[in-house]
Design a protein around this ligand. Structure first.
Ligand SMILES: NC(=O)c1ccc[n+]([C@@H]2O[C@H](COP(=O)([O-])OP(=O)(O)OC[C@H]3O[C@@H](n4cnc5c(N)ncnc54)[C@H](OP(=O)(O)O)[C@@H]3O)[C@@H](O)[C@H]2O)c1
Length: 251
């Protein structure tokens, strides 16, 4: 695209697009004609199933605060093609470390450096990105969606303490951000998935199905649909909410 031609598509910045829920979200927004700028540790893969090229992918390690700073500058530069306008930011990337044997890391077993990494990726990176992209989000009357989790509000057999508390903190941050960003016309919501069929799930998750009222795991496309709803005008008066996407597991 030449520098003089403005890209009129709505634009989403999405972290953690290479797999799972993020992958389904890129597909959903691309189908609706959005430009999607993806951020993850991996380089752009040529076999990506959506039309965007490497110019819409940013390699960033969200566990490194300095790298997040570089990514913010890079994203702002790339948004100049859209008149410095950003319509949505989805903070989806997260880590959920387990012990070497794959067991849950509880409050005793979680080394402090892991606790810090989890909070940097799952909690600090979202606010760093949102603050760094504030002007562009304001220009686009944008919507921020923070991906939390059902484990932010209850102890879970597989999810570790650091992961669970980072998600609880991200939900509180969503409320605070909704209050702070609202006057600029920016909506901030969270979605809290339950057991969604992705690589993050631990062996044994199937046994939890009996406790889920809808008696099945969720699909990534079902999560992407709710994210899309929260970034569309259909939810223009919704902010500061955390929506459960868990087949009723929270009841
Ligand atoms: N699956 C579930 O059942 C479930 C339930 C509740 C909540 N969630 C939440 O939903 C979101 C997506 O989950 P998922 O299951 O789809 O996750 P996933 O398959 O594990 O994918 C995680 C994504 O985050 C990226 N990522 C991880 N560490 C990163 C880092 N340091 N820097 C940049 N990117 C990083 C990964 O990309 P790279 O490896 O390329 O960096 C990947 O694209 C997460 O916030 C998760 O907590 C999932």
């Amino acid at each position: 695209m030449s520098e003089t031609t403005r890209d009129e598509r709505k634009t989403l910045v999405l972290t953690g697009a290479s797999r799972g829920i993020g992958h389904a979200t890129v597909k959903r927004f691309s189908r609706e004609g959005w430009r999607v700028i993806t951020c993850s540790r991996q380089e752009f893969a040529d076999n990506c199933p959506w039309p965007a090229g490497p110019e819409d992918h940013i390699r960033v390690d969200l566990s490194d605060p300095e790298d997040v700073g570089f990514a913010v500058s890079e994203i702002r530069q790339r948004l100049s093609a859209n008149g410095n306008t950003l319509n949505a930011l989805v903070n989806n990337a997260a880590i959920s470390p387990k012990t070497e044997g794959g067991a849950r890391m509880d409050s005793f077993k979680t080394p402090m450096h892991i606790w810090r990494d989890v909070f940097q990726v799952n909690f600090f990176a979202p606010i760093m990105l949102a603050r760094g992209l504030f002007k562009e989000l304001q220009n686009g009357k944008g919507s921020i969606v923070n991906v939390t989790s059902i484990v932010g509000s209850r102890v879970h057999p597989f999810a570790g303490t650091a992961y669970a508390t980072s998600k609880a903190a991200l939900n509180s941050l969503t409320r605070e951000m909704a209050a702070d960003f609202g006057p600029a016309g920016i909506r901030v919501n969270a979605i809290a998935p339950g057991e969604i069929e992705t690589a993050i799930l631990s062996p044994g998750t199937e046994e939890m199905i009996d406790d889920i009222p809808l008696r099945r795991l969720g699909q990534t496309a079902e999560v992407a649909d709710v994210i899309y709803f929260l970034c569309s005008n259909q939810s223009s008066y919704v902010t500061g909410s955390e929506l459960h996407i868990n087949g009723g597991q929270h009841v």
